[in-house]
Design a binder for this molecule. Structure first.
Ligand code: FE2
Length: 300
């Protein structure tokens, strides 16, 4: 059963996106409608043409438990939700890939939703993603849209581009000779996430786990697992369109408890990235696209 209790703590990171609260005062309905129309058109144009392309690099420290402090210093670049379609510019994605590589992270994790409705755009997207480089490798999990578009096709095209797709699988990696497990699940929303298949419970004394799964609210199911140090997720787009002082206007299933940024429960954390792309109405407002750079840090 899904546990919907609240996280212990949301750990804020700088988000200078609050704008002054806008109030419309008008004595005449016509003037009010005109004003609203003008503001709406301007906001849509701003959200589509400007903010949708203003990628922020969010640098976040994730504290470790004492027993996992050997992993302190590990740097993970993560991105999600490319939603590559006819609206998404090649030049924009190419710049994103260059920016990710420039972070020189130890590990790159892609957290799903490469396309929106069909799998054809994965082919050109994969040509960009094959340029990603990290010493410990480039790994991916699928999102709900990838499953709906064709999970096997998306998996094959990403694999052909040198990206290892984890579908309820675990890869054991090593950071300065200290082993850890990178587990990747299928989409929770479509019923393809098999945590126990990827991480059998018999291995409770096994190396610590970093879990990649598209939908962030899955964290409620696994945060008590003592092996888990960090879950990486996307899916929410941070809300994509946020109202000043209010936040996300609309959130998807399995993306309502953990929306954007770093959260802690028990001794585990989940980081939710706002992602790169958009779904309809293809605007971002007070919620720019994001490349995340997470550094594991020693306890205390
Ligand atoms: Fe999604």
């Amino acid at each position: 059963m899904k546990n919907i209790s609240k996280p212990d703590e949301r750990i804020p990171h700088p988000a200078p996106y609050s704008l002054a609260k806008m109030k419309l005062f008008s004595r005449r309905a016509a003037l009010r409608m005109g004003l609203l129309g003008g503001v709406g058109t301007t906001s849509l144009a701003y959200g589509n043409l400007i903010e949708r392309h203003q990628v922020a690099i969010e640098k976040v420290n994730c504290p470790l438990k004492e027993e996992h402090s050997d992993l302190a210093g590990l740097r993970i670049a993560m991105v999600a939700d490319f939603h590559f379609d006819e609206l998404q510019e090649d030049s924009f994605v190419s710049q994103c890939v260059e920016t990710i590589n420039a972070q020189q992270a130890d590990l790159i994790v892609l957290c799903g939703d490469y396309v929106s409705h069909d799998s054809k755009p994965v082919e050109p997207l994969a040509e960009h993603l094959r340029k990603l480089e990290a010493p410990l490798g480039v790994y991916a999990v699928l999102g709900n849209h990838d499953h709906w578009a064709g999970a096997d096709t998306v998996t094959r095209l990403l694999s052909d581009a040198g990206i290892q797709v984890l579908r309820n699988e675990t890869e054991t990696l090593s950071y300065h000779h200290n082993p850890f497990q990178l587990a990747g699940l299928g989409s929770v929303w479509v019923g393809e996430a098999q945590y126990k298949t990827a991480l059998p419970l018999s291995s409770t004394s096994s190396p610590p786990v970093i879990l990649a799964v598209h939908e962030p609210d899955f964290f409620d199911r696994v945060c008590n697992d003592p092996r888990l140090i960090l879950q990486l997720s996307g899916h929410t787009h941070g809300g994509q369109v946020c109202a000043p002082f209010f936040g996300a206007m609309r959130l998807p299933s399995w993306g309502k408890n953990y929306i954007s940024g770093l959260y802690r429960r028990q001794d585990s954390h989940v980081y939710v990235t706002r992602g790169i792309g958009t779904l309809f109405p293809h605007v971002r407002f007070c919620c720019p696209p994001e490349i995340s750079l997470i550094t594991l840090t020693a306890a205390g």
